[in-house]
Design a protein around this ligand. Structure first.
Ligand code: FAD
Length: 432
């Protein structure tokens, strides 16, 4: 028996076994041989989910040895990749082929199947989540059977499987729709909170990628935009190091610890930090510009709300936090994601804004997250599957028009509940 923990340290488990198949044939025979009596089979990506999606006392499967590009097609701009490939490794491999992901989240440590499986997203009013970049996939089912699907081949399964967090089977490979490799210009600047909310539609439409960070006790937001450019890569200089290591990580760590022991400091330090946000520009290959380094560990809740609800939701969060004087220092991150057609995607048939709240990992998040979650729910918010939330089957059925169709398909594919751990049983209200 060995132990496993997620990135934030909140989720820990002791799987009876961690299997690391290095081929699809190995994965198929693993699933053929393992039975439900030996406990749930859960696939781990890079362990960056905050919810106990991966936790098991049975068999944990890691696809770290099933990694790399299977093939690519210059004519369609697609590449098939093994599911265990991390986004970090994928970037340079695709660049060597003259290709790149259309959009990414703000770190690149995830396994591609882990990111796809939870609807991981970056930002961009017209851009979908990473899961929408998948044009085909191979799933290994509970009996070890291998099933290929796409929009043309078993479309229902394709719409269910892209965001299914390992509840239908194990993804072994993904075909990705890519674009020719490109450079991005990143710009960061500060804006008054009220002005950002008033100009939201204009700001979101003006850049391919628009997002902002907001310290809830402050009246300033830190805007970040990314735009494709033909300009040359800027050399990494002292100011890049200053922004990333000192402001985004060093000051965050120092102030988080100060606030942990002297909670009233959250208010003045939050106001100060908002104003200290970096004002900078840099240019680089897309896979180098998208990710940031996140060295300070935290726990996170994120909901997708209808885009028009973002200003009200943020003002309600400000009123809640300030009236209760909640000691929170970490910034709130707001992004844009386009609607899609994936059954359990938080963005299903709805152009969305995402609101992410964080709490320094050693500190208690309960009162803060409970209050904010009530606000998200009032706005018909849908939770990120990999981030903390308290929703159960009944709540989810009301939020997802295809919920029952997904549950029926899941039961058909996995009648013995091989892939269900206690967290997933709660989500699906499943008995078997
Ligand atoms: C610092 C940090 C920054 C983050 N930034 C963002 C962000 O910008 N945008 C965003 O949307 N999210 C973000 N997240 C959340 C993260 O992207 C998701 O939780 C993602 O699922 C983590 O990927 P992973 O490889 O670590 O997967 P894990 O957390 O290990 O697994 C996630 C789910 O995918 C399933 N899975 C993994 N591999 C397979 C497979 N081969 N077949 C079937 N199922 C599989 C697992 O069983 C599990 O259900 C962030 C998380 C952290 C800790």
């Amino acid at each position: 028996m060995t132990s496993w923990r997620n990135w934030s340290g909140r989720v820990r488990c002791r799987p009876a076994r961690i299997a690391t198949p290095a081929s699809e044939a190995g994965l198929e025979s693993l699933l053929r041989d393992v039975g439900p009596e030996s406990g749930p089979v859960r696939v781990a990506g890079s362990g960056h989910s905050f919810t106990p999606l991966v936790a098991t006392d049975g068999t944990m499967v890691s696809l770290r040895d099933l990694s790399g590009i299977v093939d690519h097609d210059d004519a369609t701009g697609e590449a098939t990749v093994y599911a265990g490939t991390t986004i970090h490794d994928l970037g340079p491999m695709l660049a060597d082929l003259g290709l790149a992901l259309e959009n990414q989240g703000d770190i690149d440590a995830q396994a591609i199947a882990g990111a796809v499986g939870t609807g991981t997203h970056g930002t961009g009013a017209d851009l979908g989540s990473v899961s929408t970049q998948v044009s085909g996939l191979r799933l290994i089912g509970a009996a070890g059977e291998s099933i290929d699907c796409s929009a043309a081949e078993r479309p229902d399964l394709f719409n269910a499987a892209r965001v299914s967090f390992g509840s239908l089977g194990v993804l072994s490979r993904l075909r990705l729709k890519l674009r020719p490799s490109y450079r991005l210009r990143e710009k960061r600047w500060n804006l008054l909170f009220d002005e950002a909310l008033e100009r939201l539609d204009e700001l979101a439409a003006a850049s391919r990628h628009f997002e902002f960070f907001w310290f809830v006790y402050g009246d300033v937001v830190q805007v970040k935009t990314l735009e494709p450019t033909g300009d040359d890569t800027t050399p990494e200089g002292f100011s890049d190091w200053l922004n990333e290591m000192v402001l985004e990580n060093g000051a965050l760590w120092l102030f988080s610890n100060l606030c942990r022991f002297i909670p009233w400091l959250c208010e003045p330090l939050g106001r100060l930090s908002g104003k200290l946000g970096p004002v900078s520009t840099r240019v680089g290959q897309s896979h180098r510009i998208f990710p940031s380094r996140r060295l300070v560990r935290f726990n996170e809740m994120e909901y997708a709300v209808p885009r028009a609800a973002l200003p009200d939701a943020l003002r309600e969060i400000a009123a809640f936090v300030r009236s209760k004087r909640i000691a929170v220092y970490f910034p709130i991150e707001c992004r844009m994601v386009a609607a899609d057609d994936i059954w359990l995607s938080p963005f299903y048939q709805r152009d969305s804004a995402t609101i992410a709240v964080h709490r320094y990992a050693p500190t208690d998040y309960q009162i803060y997250f409970d209050g904010v979650e009530a606000i998200f729910r009032n706005h018909a918010g849908r939770p990120h599957w990999g981030k903390l939330h308290t929703l159960k089957a009944g709540d989810l059925a009301a939020l997802y028009p295809q919920w029952q169709a997904f549950c029926d398909l899941r039961k058909e594919m996995d009648p013995s509940g091989l892939f269900l751990n206690p967290h997933l049983r709660d989500l699906f209200g499943a008995q078997s």
